[in-house]
Design a protein around this ligand. Structure first.
Ligand SMILES: [Zn+2]
Length: 155
């Protein structure tokens, strides 16, 4: 049995090394949709896999991407320093800022959260990150590489 929860963020980036010049050289944003699918047995006492209300920590983590600029750590350090100095809400990822890597980051973080909260009966089936209305990446695995380096939020 599976449940699905959807979150939305407005997030800016550029994709270094992208084939498209617009993506590689033009800072731009997307209306991202994050679909989190959790799989597990139904608790006979509650009739639920997991209470949607207990998923708030996932919402709080994904919300860090809302109205944020996300960098790959290989971005020009001068640009990152400029943003750190003049703007709030920026994130630095260990990997390039693609829907694939965002989905894998969320996959890893939620897996860690589920295991650290003794919610081990559940696992992530997959995570979809929709970058446009018609295109998404689906992560069904993650590794230690899938992490954030730095999160600068509003004070
Ligand atoms: Zn883009």
């Amino acid at each position: 049995m599976k449940i699905c929860k959807t979150y939305e963020t407005e997030t800016a980036h550029r994709v270094l090394n992208a084939e498209s010049i617009r993506c590689a050289q033009g800072p731009h944003g997307h209306s991202y949709k994050w679909e989190i699918e959790i799989e597990g047995p139904i608790n006979p006492d509650t009739g639920m896999i997991i209470d949607f209300g207990s998923l708030k920590p996932i919402k709080q983590m994904i919300d860090k991407f809302d109205h944020a600029y996300v960098f790959w750590q290989k971005e020009d350090p001068e640009i990152i320093e400029f943003f750190k100095k003049h703007f709030k809400r920026l994130i630095i990822m260990k990997q390039n800022v693609t829907a694939e890597n965002m989905a894998r980051w969320a996959h890893r973080w939620i897996n860690l959260w589920l295991s650290s909260n003794k919610k081990g009966r559940y696992k992530i089936n997959n995570i979809k990150v929709w970058e446009t209305r018609t295109g998404c990446a689906v992560a069904d695995y993650s590794t230690e590489e899938d992490q954030l380096i730095y999160v600068h939020e509003e004070p």
